[in-house]
Design a protein around this ligand. Sequence first.
Ligand code: ADP
Ligand code: MG
Length: 252
Amino acid sequence: MSNPRSAIVELDGVARRFPGPPEVVAVRNARVRLQAGEYVALTGPSGSGKSTLVNIVALLDRPTSGRYLLNGADTMGMPERQRALVRGRQIGVVFQSFHLMAWRTALENVAVAGMYAGTRRQLRMRMAAAMLDRVGLGQRAGSLTATMSGGERQRVAIARALATQPSLLLCDEPTGNLDSAATEVVLDLLAQLNREGVTILVITHDRQVAARAGRQLAIVDGVVDGLVDGAVDGAVDGLVDGAVAPAAGDAG
Ligand code: ADP
Ligand code: MG
């Protein structure tokens, strides 16, 4: 599993159509490969398919065509139960709008994560407390998240994503609602996690956030890094050193 050259995520000609009407092709022919241990940023204008792509990689949604291999395993044929289990054990997701329970404590919010991985309550609470320490919120474990600042909530959401020690961390605009000081705290945390071996995919509008990643990809109108339908096979490897394609109308 820890073969340094192994792909943790491999999207092969992945498309996602929403039937509508009107039909929307949110992602077309995505060929994306994340090597274990990479830190990759995906940038693109609003509506370009970023969240759709993250949901697919997170196993929260299925492509309408193409193939998605996670750690070499084909996820396409997996029944929903198995996908939930794999997600719970291997993938941490930080959503753009946090998705925290406002009237629960930070500790309770983080401890929820282990439920999907099948972890017992006592262990979940211990792991949750350790993760809140990790993100610098040990003192706030008993606070309702409704009473916390945006930066603190974002760190609670990250702690929840990390509570099951995922090998893959997906962050959808993790600094979108933060001021620059809180952004730095989050970016330092992501960099530290990556040094510890966590593979990270960050979706962002912010060039400074993208610049912290080891590699940058762009998505425009559902097309990742300028690859279009009919791109030559083997183009996947061409993505590895991909420079940022110009993101037309980048919301900045
Ligand atoms: P981004 O995250 O880059 O802003 P999204 O992935 O959220 O973009 O959306 C890409 C496109 O797909 C948009 O046109 C959006 O309206 C459409 N879309 C996303 N989710 C759905 C859905 N569940 N049903 C129909 N259209 C959707
Ligand atoms: Mg989005």
